[in-house]
Design a protein around this ligand. Structure first.
Ligand code: HEC
Ligand code: HEC
Ligand code: HEC
Ligand code: HEC
Ligand code: HEC
Length: 165
């Protein structure tokens, strides 16, 4: 009996720790931004807000000026939008958190994959265009296997130094 009790306690402890660990690794954005509304209803393209992916390694998270193009005045009645309108009025910046991040040792370029490789955002970022609130973790996990599987299929180099400098 004693052993079973210890086992049960151990299992509960592991579950609680796993839960806390998952919670801790979740990313909560300061404003519940809605991709679906802006891409499908307002009709903006990814490049309107992530303005660097055609020219740089990074894609960029939007500055307040981009939002101010429409939200200097309220567009609707949502509380989340009100936070944006207020921030713009007060000249404050909304600090978006990064969700996708590779290891420092990795060389990755948006320009190369989008302009030269002609890939869609979806292959690495999933259905973010349809997200009604910010994802709390990557929709597609970016791992070495993910990169290398595609390189193998598309006959791109998989030598270590291609991605690790
Ligand atoms: C109106 C501006 C706007 C448009 C248009 C837009 N985004 Fe975003 N995007 C944001 C904002 C703001 C965030 C940060 C909040 C969030 O995660 O929802 C973000 C976050 C992201 C992220 C997560 C980045 C990270 O690592 O933190 C990805 C990936 C992304 N967008 C892809 C896209 C794609 C693909 C499209 C086109 C289908 C698109 N976005 C269109 C504003 C925009
Ligand atoms: C081209 C115009 C335009 C731009 C640029 C724009 N928005 Fe919007 N946004 C709208 C419209 C239109 C709505 C819909 C208002 C409604 O119906 O409630 C909206 C709604 C919102 C909402 C409320 C969404 C909801 O579902 O409750 C938030 C939050 C928001 N926008 C944030 C942003 C942020 C952050 C940026 C800059 C990264 C941005 N918007 C850029 C036009 C724009
Ligand atoms: C081949 C995979 C791949 C494709 C395709 C891709 N991304 Fe990314 N994206 C990444 C990786 C990897 C990161 C993390 C980069 C880092 O850590 O420097 C990232 C990061 C981001 C970020 C975070 C902020 C930043 O400045 O990098 C945004 C926003 C983003 N991507 C948007 C997009 C959009 C929009 C598209 C389509 C036009 C796109 N991505 C296509 C792999 C991809
Ligand atoms: C869905 C397919 C796909 C995925 C996923 C992908 N790549 Fe690529 N990658 C390509 C293609 C296609 C090219 C070739 C572009 C060209 O024609 O130069 C490329 C080229 C590259 C190059 C330049 C290769 C050279 O020979 O100079 C690097 C570096 C690279 N990728 C790194 C990455 C990393 C790091 C990841 C994961 C974070 C990744 N790639 C994920 C398709 C992919
Ligand atoms: C197509 C791109 C690509 C190629 C080719 C590649 N890697 Fe990676 N590698 C990655 C990415 C992306 C990560 C980071 C994954 C993550 O963030 O979890 C990574 C992570 C690693 C790590 C862990 C690094 C750390 O900082 O934790 C090691 C070690 C590693 N790779 C070794 C190799 C070796 C050895 C080779 C050659 C046999 C190789 N990689 C080839 C993309 C690549």
């Amino acid at each position: 009996m004693g052993r079973i009790a210890i086992l049960v306690i151990l299992v509960i402890l592991i579950l609680v720790l796993a839960y806390l660990w998952l919670q801790g690794s979740e990313i909560v954005q300061p404003v519940q931004f809605n991709h679906l509304k802006h891409t499908k209803e307002v009709g903006l393209s990814c490049e309107d807000c992530h303005i660097y992916f055609k020219t740089q390694r990074f894609a960029g998270l939007p500055s307040m000026e981009i939002c101010a193009g429409c939200h200097s005045e309220p567009q609707g009645k949502s509380k989340e939008e009100a936070k944006i309108v207020e921030a713009i009025k007060e000249g404050k910046t909304i600090e978006w958190q990064r969700i996708y991040r590779t290891k420092r040792s990795v060389t990755y370029s948006h320009r190369l994959h989008i302009v030269v490789g002609k890939l869609e955002c979806k292959v690495c970022h999933g259905d973010i265009a349809d997200a009604i609130r910010p994802p709390r973790r990557p929709l597609v996990k970016i791992s070495m296997d993910h990169c290398r599987d595609c390189h193998r299929k598309m006959k791109v180099s998989n030598d270590c130094i291609t991605c690790h400098k």
